[in-house]
Design a binder for this molecule. Structure first.
Ligand code: KG4
Ligand code: ZN
Length: 332
């Protein structure tokens, strides 16, 4: 089954062609970073406009790169939510019309569940059940995953998402948007023990997170050291990153142990973080856990993950209707 995936939930216009839920034939991601960079974050109205400009060329390129014609498509899978409503509507309306015109089914996909399912686009995917840590710009949560289309929420952030904390700290330090990749690179040049921040565990026995306090602690440090902090930026971001990574890693491993799972997946934009990948893989090995982390380009938003999950929905007989609508907030 050949599925065209479409993703426009935030600031990436993406389309991909995936066969049978795991064989990625093409994945095109048109990033709007340059548009939003001057504002230090995503401007929803600008995002929608850019998706409108980008959607047709991005879809055409994904078909071209996959070497398939639209007549060969069996279905269209598209992000239905959560995300920015205006941005989602561009991809969702396009997918409806495209599928209708081709007389093939279309199916609306949950963006978070698609991230969690990304590990099936890689070699050696985990067996079910597995535990997944999803850390992105909009969400940070831990799930117990029993099937491609079924997962149970074990805990989530009560305030900022991990990626959001990276982006906000980056903005405070004048490093630009998006902050994750920049902090990741800069932190390698710093000493994580020079400027230490508290570890926001909340309660060590549950799987909820809170990252707004650590962001405030970084801000307080900057205000206390207005003349010197610029010379310490590498140490500050290194200390910040270590605190975030330690909590994410600890809770993900604890959840896998409690749920008696031998397999742990790290997904979402923050799973591209080199320190998180390294620490989780090492610490998990101490507990005989196998960690599955998609390649960095599949961690960030992409449409291959939408098409891959679409396959499983369609196999279960799920289809979306022409009057279905997008949703902005998480349903899971
Ligand atoms: O999954 P994603 O592309 O979009 C959402 O669904 O939110 O995640 C984007 C987030 C941004 O906050 C970005 O700063 C963060 O992922 N990110 C990283 C890294 N690369 C991207 N955070 C830490 N380290 C990275 N290397
Ligand atoms: Zn995402």
């Amino acid at each position: 089954m050949i599925i065209l995936g479409i993703e426009t939930s935030c600031d990436e216009t993406a389309a991909a062609v995936v066969a049978d839920g795991h064989r990625c034939m093409s994945s095109v991601v048109f990033s709007q970073i340059e548009v939003h960079h001057p504002f230090g974050g995503v401007v929803p109205e600008l995002a929608s406009r850019k998706h409108i400009e980008g959607i047709v060329p991005v879809v055409n390129r994904s078909l071209q790169q996959a070497g398939v014609t639209k007549k060969e498509l069996d279905a269209v899978a598209v992000t239905q939510g959560p995300g920015l409503v205006g941005a989602l509507l561009v991809g969702f309306s396009f997918a409806k019309a495209y599928a209708y015109g081709l007389n093939i089914p279309y199916v609306g996909i949950d963006h978070l569940q698609a991230h969690v399912n990304t590990v099936f686009l890689e070699e050696n995917p985990p067996p079910f059940p597995y535990v997944a840590l999803l850390a992105s710009g909009g969400h940070t949560a831990i799930y117990y995953v029993t099937d491609h289309t079924r997962m149970e929420l074990l805990g989530q952030t009560r305030d900022d998402a991990a990626g959001e904390a990276y982006d906000k700290v980056s903005r405070m330090l004048g490093l630009g948007y998006p902050g994750g990749r920049m902090i990741d690179a800069l932190a390698r040049k710093g000493d994580p023990e020079k400027v230490m921040f508290t570890r926001p565990y909340l309660n060590k026995t549950d799987y909820d997170f809170s990252f707004s306090g650590i962001k405030t602690a970084v801000n307080r440090y900057i205000q206390k050291h207005p003349d010197t902090y610029r010379k310490q930026i590498a140490d500050i971001v290194s200390g910040f990153q270590e605190a975030v990574v330690e909590v994410l890693c600890f809770k993900a491993i604890q959840a896998a142990i409690e749920k008696k799972c031998r397999h742990l997946a790290l997904v979402g934009g923050v799973a591209a973080n080199s320190r998180l990948r390294e620490k989780t893989t090492r610490d998990a090995a101490d507990h005989q856990l196998t960690v599955h982390i998609p390649s960095p380009k599949l961690c960030g938003d992409n449409a291959a993950m939408i098409a891959a999950l679409g396959y499983h929905y369609l196999k279960e007989g799920k289809r979306s209707e022409l009057d279905d609508d997008v949703y902005s907030r998480s349903r899971k």
